[in-house]
Design a protein. Structure first.
Length: 115
């Protein structure tokens, strides 16, 4: 199993980023996929997840209306579109296979929101 995140970076408050997670080594379309984040000194938290077919998803309350999770099962990729970013969204973002239990993790991509 391999999960490779990309798309992080430095962005100003109010800006947008789209994270991608390319998956391999398993039958992607059969699994829930999730995005987590961890800020320095804080516990890792679930940001969003999406069902295998992409029809349902759940979001952390603080990102509802700003973030959108999606997936392309033909490309074995899950995305996290992040709009109206806030400084408190600064964290390392991780892609994970499965929900409620995350069985495999990517290496993470850093998102920094700062002016």
């Amino acid at each position: 199993v391999q999960l490779v995140e990309s798309g992080g970076g430095l962005v100003q408050p109010g800006g947008s980023l789209r994270l991608s997670c390319a998956a391999s080594g398993f039958t992607f379309k059969n699994y829930f996929m999730s995005w987590y984040r961890q800020a320095p000194g804080k516990v890792r938290e679930l940001v969003a997840n999406i069902s295998p077919g992409g029809s349902t998803g759940n979001y952390l309350d603080s990102v509802k209306g700003r973030f959108t999770i999606s997936r392309d099962n033909a490309k074995n990729t899950v995305y996290l579109q992040m709009n109206s970013l806030l400084p408190e969204d600064t964290a390392k973002y991780y892609c994970a296979r499965g929900w409620p239990t995350a069985g495999s993790w990517g290496q993470g991509t850093q998102v920094t929101v700062s002016s």
